[in-house]
Structure formats: C-alpha cells, structure tokens
Ligand binder design. Structure first.
Ligand code: ADP
Ligand code: MG
Length: 743
C-alpha cells in the first residue's frame, strides 16, 4: 500500500481548530504548513499580522521532535512562549532571564522529547557547546523569525544573526524555515543566500491588510483634533507616534492633563521606565502609548485598534511597518496620519544633516514619496501596495478616506477662484501657508516684506479660517489643479484647468472644508468614521466591556497580557453572537480546546448572567441575526474565495498557458501555483499530464519516488535523484502519481 501523505487534511484542520481555535487558514498559511510537513526549507515573506507564527507552530505540534525557533528579542520570548502554552503547545525558552530551576526543567523536557517549541536567541549559535548540545536532540526543524535581521541591507540588521549561517552546515538533515515581513527583493535574496536555504519553498504573501482603514487628515490644531479622535475610541488601545522625545513627552502630558490615560516611550527614558510603559500598554493597563519609532519591532499585541502618526514619517516603508502594528487580530483598526505642510521643512532639515550625498539623495526621494502619498487624491491602499510592487485588483478599496469620502463633495468654485487668483497675483512663487495668510489678511513679517498687503486679494477670505483656506489649497493640489514641481519645496503653479476655473469655465468640487469650529467638522468625522468594508452586525458594547474585565482578571492571575488569553476578535464575536453553552462557545473564533477548558466556564457564567440582567440587549442583538453562521458555512465561504484563486489558475492552464506564464501573469510564486495544482488534483479536477511532463521524465521521477520505498514522500525522492529533481517538480509529479495509484 502506498501511503500518499505524511499528514492528511483532517489532521491539519483539526489541529488548527483544537489548538488555535481557528476555522480557516489565512492566505498562504496552509501551503507553508504542508511544505514544512514535507520537510522542505521555507522562505516566507508575509506582512506584519499575517500570521507567521502559526506557520511553524502548527507543524511543530504535528511533527516528532522539537522545533527550534530563533527570535531576536529576549523580552518578547516570554510572551511568545506564554501565548503558545495557553493554546496547549509545549513551549519553552532557554535564555538568560530564566532561573536555574527552569533551565533544568527545560533540559529534562528536551531529553524526553516532550517539547513542541524551543525559543532561543541567535547569539546562541556562536557557542560550540550549545550547538553540540542541540545535536543530541531530536529537532523537527528550525524556524527563524524576523529573518531580515540577517541582512545588512535591511533596516534591522543584527550581527548576531550572522551566526545562523552555520545551521545548515551543522544540521544538514534538518529543514530550515525563515520568516520575515520585510519586503524588498534585495533583502529577500540576501536572506536565502546567507541562511544557505536549500531549494526553499518560496512564499510571498500580499501586503494588503484588508482590516486597516487609512486616513490622512490635515494637521491644524493637533491637540484638539487628537482629543476629538480619542473621544470616539474610548478605552481602545492605540499607538501615537511622534518624531521627537520632546513631542512625545508633551503629547503624553497633554493627554494626561485631560484625564486620558497615556504613557510616553522613547529612547531617552531608562530601560526600566520603558519596560514598565510597554508592559502597561501590553496588559491593557494603559490604553495609549505615545512613542518615538523606537517603540516598534516585536510589539505582538494583537488588539491595537489605532496607530496615529502625528508627524510626517520619513518614508513609506517605515510608515507602513508602523501602521501594520494595528489590528493584528484581523479586526477593524484605523491608521491615521496627520499631515501638515509645516512638517515638510522639519523633515527636510533632518535629511540635510545626512553627510553622505548618496544617502541624502535617497532620503530626500523617500520623503518626496511620502509627501506625495499624503497630498494625493488617489486610493491610499492602491498607492501603498504599489510601493511594494503589488497591484490591487479594484479601483476603490472602500476602506481609505479617499475612497470613502469622495461621495460627499460640494461645489467650492468661488473659494477656489480666490486661491487661484492669489497664486497668480504672487507670480506663482509661494507656498500654501503664505497664500492662506494672504487670503485671511494676516499681518505677518513675510507679507509686509513682499508688500502682499497691497494685493487686491489681500483679506478677501477674511470670513473664513486659515484652516479653511489650507483645506481648499490641499484639495486643489490633490486634484492636480495647481501643481508643485518638488514636493519638498512647495511652490504652487497654475495649470490649464486652473485657468478654466479662474475664467469661470469650469466648476470646482471638493469635500466639505472645515469652517471655524474644528470639533464640529472634519475632525469629528474622524472619530465617527464607520469602517464600511466590515459589513458585520455590531457587537454589544456593554457585554464586551464585561468580557474585557474578565479577560483582564484572568490575564493578571496568569501574569500574561490579556490579548494572549483571548483576542479582541474573540470577544467581539462573543458579544455579537451571545454563545450560551459549551458547544456554541467553541464555535467562536479563537476558542480552542485548551482555552475552552481553562476559561470557557468563566466566560459562559459572565455571558449568561449578562443575558439575565439585560434581556433588552439580548433582544436587540437577536433582531439582527440570532446565531453565528455555523462553521460549515464559514469555512465554505473562505474556501470559495480560495478556490476562486485555484480556479483562475485552472482557467489559465486550460488556455494552454505554462506554469511559468501563469507565474508571471498572476504575480504569484511557482510554489503557490503548484499548490493550486495540488489542490485541484486532490479535488479531482481534470489535469492533463502531457501539459507538464514527457512520459520518460515522469517515469524517471516515479523511479526516484520508488527508491524511497513505497511512499510518495518528497524528500527521499529528491535526495534519491542526486540533484536532478527539485521539490517543486517532485510535487508536480506527485499529483499525477497519486492519480495512478488511485486508479
Ligand atoms: P506575524 O508574526 O506574521 O506578524 P502573528 O503570528 O503574530 O503575525 O499573528 C497575528 C495574529 O493573527 C495573531 O493574533 C494570531 O492569533 C492571528 N492569526 C494567525 N493565524 C490566524 C488564522 N488562520 N485565523 C485567524 N487568526 C489568525
Ligand atoms: Mg511575528
């Protein structure tokens, strides 16, 4: 008898739901899990929050032996180990923070082959002694997290990571897998080369984060705007980035003065203070952290509901990484950028201080891209993804300010004419701030110096605020009616369209600009913003609050961050579907066996008590939709989105396209296309072997598979071929060999 597969779908899916409490995979997870189970090396690029940990944790549970995870920050390992343990995985760490007693216990567990996961830091591989010790263990595979730290081209280079190059040499039989969220090709190539990965399965997930809403707003009276936003996000966790220590302190101070709990975080604080701030944030004891970008890597907190950039970021890459820290749990979250033109000069000042010319030019160009992103009027998501070389398939993402707000436009032709005429009268040589000053009739040094108080346009916009005029100017720029040659030296010039508007031949439309009272206009819309792409029934806020309380209590008792007990998504679902018994609760996202056993009863008590005390709330919910659509239908729907991708591959094959052509056309990796073919094969789709193999080749490959005994394991076949067969071709051939066996 042939054993067709090491692990079947049944085992994989039941582990997914019993250990992790999830009912479907996120994109690419399944393909990576399967490749690991086959014993392949892996190189996977997935965005922050994409779910990389599960890719190695799930096979670590299924495979015999321990998975050795390399992770860069000791401070994080504890959280990672706690999170794994709470799911019922056997995880431990060996690092300087643990006691001698713990160390012994880990040693015993390792010798008895009881651990699924062992987390260690990279510098361990500098120790011969440690490597020799590892060699005495049964290791299922290595998982290298944050693998970009090995590349000098990346922004987080850590010399300690270089020691990892040894792994393949020292452990030639053990697969090595590497994970990162860093996008550039150069870094990717570097990682594969430095780790000496052997013909790795390559995965590059889309960088799109569908649950994040992007918004850019004009920075006017920042403190007021910020408080107004926060008023709509009471109690939610969020990060506010500022670009200097002083501003971090000032903003945290200002919020505290208004009774909003917030803590600062920056490199000028003592280690102990920084650590305390991070802990308080992580454990929901303080919802808001105001930080410089020193606060970042490895913030695994999954329930960050908003990330605010209060100052202009230096470049899009950094901005995107930082916004990525919002909504890791997949629940809606907001990314808000405050854009003020006055910030450009400040950033430019930093850039000018870079001594090396080439580096300075690069920094300048990156800043330009950032400014263009902020001032444009195109879908934010499309431009962000384009930056990472991805095309977003639809025109309107429906979850950024540009896409959502564009309907509420109103005619603003006369104000536009006033602005354009001011530009004309000042000979197209000034920027937005000065022009707004002229329109409101301000008495500034610069106005007196140029005699602009004698212009006919001086003061024609007195009835409106400066902010109003800046908004009109921003809209004119965004719609490319006036142009700026260099975003870093913002001098406004008129276009043909501008002249048509001036002559009254064309009208001008824009979103309603702010009048005087900030809190009544645009700023308020920020906090009210619904996230429209999430067409879900709302959850009960009062029940959610109760659930959160219980979560905090349980987390405190176990000394772990609350999001590790249950994610926000889990609590939202409970407060949306009101599960009343064990069976219903276990249907909720994130409720695995282990967590159910540990916390299920306590949560059911709270839910049931709440329902008794709040019959109205319950009725209200039931009017919307009484129960969670059951798991069957929800997996089906996720499969149907998946299958649409397979079907697209299938369709192209039917047109006679080769795998390479499909790879190019769909911008997916070969590995992904082959995994589509595997799925198609499993589901019994008609695939014609002639399209892929000449008969002799297939016969040869069959022999290699035979050499490994009567199984269809990939690795022995690839090894038997002595370099003539790679994993991808082996997988492809196996699809047809399986069919033969079935017959
Ligand atoms: P990354 O390391 O890629 O940034 P994580 O591994 O920390 O991401 O996962 C981010 C969040 O996504 C975690 O809260 C995790 O529990 C959740 N997650 C991972 N896989 C799934 C899945 N298949 N379904 C639902 N949630 C998932
Ligand atoms: Mg991670």
């Amino acid at each position: 008898m042939f054993s067709v597969q090491n692990y079947n779908s049944e085992q994989i899916y039941s582990t997914l739901s019993s250990i992790f409490g999830f009912h479907s995979f996120r994109p690419h997870q399944e393909e990576i899990v399967r490749a690991i189970l086959e014993g392949q090396d892996i190189f996977a690029v997935m965005p922050t929050g994409g779910g990389k940990s599960l890719c190695y944790q799930l096979p670590a549970r299924l495979l015999d032996g321990v998975c050795v995870v390399v992770s860069p920050l000791i401070s994080l390992m504890k959280d990672q180990v706690d999170a794994a343990r709470i799911n019922g995985l056997y995880a431990a760490t060996l690092n300087s923070t643990i006691t001698a007693e713990e160390r012994n216990a880990v040693g015993v567990a390792l010798r008895q082959n009881r651990l699924d996961l062992l987390y260690i830091s990279p510098e361990r591989f500098n120790s011969e002694h440690f490597i020799e010790r590892l060699k005495t263990l049964r290791i299922s595979f290595f998982a290298i997290d944050e693998a970009h730290c090995i590349s000098e081209w990346g922004h987080d280079f850590r010399p300690d990571y270089l020691a990892l190059s040894k792994i393949v040499h020292e452990f030639p039989k053990v697969p090595v897998t590497a994970f990162t969220a860093t996008a550039t090709q150069r870094v990717a190539n570097d990682i594969v080369a430095r780790l000496n990965l052997r013909n790795p399965h390559l995965t590059r997930a889309s960088f799109n984060r569908p649950n994040l809403f992007y918004r850019v707003i004009m920075k006017q009276e920042f403190d007021v705007q910020l408080r107004s936003f926060l008023a709509g996000h009471n109690g939610e966790s969020g990060i506010i980035y500022r670009n200097s220590r002083k501003k971090v302190e000032a903003t945290a101070e200002m919020l505290r003065a208004y009774g909003i709990s917030a803590r600062p975080y920056h490199a000028g604080m003592s280690d102990a203070d920084r650590h305390a701030a991070q802990e308080a944030f992580s454990r929901d004891e303080c919802p808001i952290i105001v930080a410089t970008i020193a606060f970042g890597m490895g913030i695994d907190k999954s329930n960050v509901r908003f990330v605010i950039h209060a100052d202009l970021p230096k470049n899009i890459e950094g901005y995107y990484q930082e916004t990525g820290r919002a909504g890791r749990d997949g629940e809606p979250a907001e990314c808000l950028l405050f854009f003020g033109r006055q910030d450009i000069a400040q950033q430019l000042h930093f850039v000018d201080e870079i001594e090396e010319e080439h580096a300075r030019e690069i920094a300048k160009e990156q800043l330009r891209q950032m400014v263009r992103f902020a001032e444009q009027n195109n879908c934010r998501r499309i431009s962000l993804l384009k930056y990472f070389g991805e095309t977003f398939p639809v025109q309107n993402c429906n979850s950024c300010d540009v896409c959502v707000d564009s309907e509420e436009q109103e005619e603003t032709t006369i104000p536009a004419q006033k602005v354009l005429s001011a530009i004309y009268r000042t000979k197209e040589s000034f920027g937005a701030i000065h022009l707004a000053d002229i329109l409101v009739g301000a008495n500034t040094e610069k106005i007196r110096q140029f005699g602009h108080d004698r212009l006919p346009t001086y003061g024609v916009g007195k009835d409106k605020s400066k902010n109003y005029w800046r908004a009109v100017i921003d809209a004119l720029i965004a719609q490319k009616i006036v142009v700026i040659d260099d975003p870093l030296r913002p001098v406004l010039k008129l276009t043909e369209t501008a002249w048509s508007i001036l002559r009254g031949q064309k009208t001008f439309m824009m979103r309603k600009p702010p009048e005087r009272n900030l809190t009544e206009t645009r700023t308020n819309r920020v906090s009210d913003a619904k996230i429209p792409f999430y067409d879900l029934k709302p959850f009960s806020k009062p029940l959610f609050a109760k659930l959160r309380e219980l979560r905090t209590e349980l987390a405190r008792a176990e000394n772990v961050p609350p999001y590790i007990v249950f994610s926000d998504r889990t609590l939202h679902e409970i407060a949306r579907y009101f599960p009343r018994n064990a069976k219903e609760l276990q249907q909720i996202h994130g409720v695995g066996q282990h967590k159910f056993a540990a916390y299920g009863q306590r949560f059911l008590e709270v839910i049931n008590k709440f329902c008794e005390q709040n019959p109205d709330e319950l009725k209200l919910q039931q009017n919307h939709q009484p129960v969670k659509p059951n798991i069957e239908t929800s997996t089906q729907s996720s499969q149907s989105t998946l299958s649409s991708s397979f079907l697209e591959t299938y369709r192209l094959l039917h047109q006679g396209k080769t795998i390479d052509e499909i790879v190019t056309e769909r911008q997916l990796t070969r590995g992904t296309i082959i995994s589509h073919l595997e799925k198609l094969g499993e589901s019994g789709a008609e695939l014609s072997v002639d399209q892929f193999f000449v008969p002799e080749r297939l016969a040869q490959i069959k022999k290699w598979f035979r050499a490994s005994g009567e199984s269809l394991f990939l690795k022995p076949a690839v090894e038997a071929s002595e370099g003539k067969l790679d994993f991808e071709e082996a997988r492809l051939a196996r699809i047809f060999l399986r069919k033969e066996i079935k017959k």
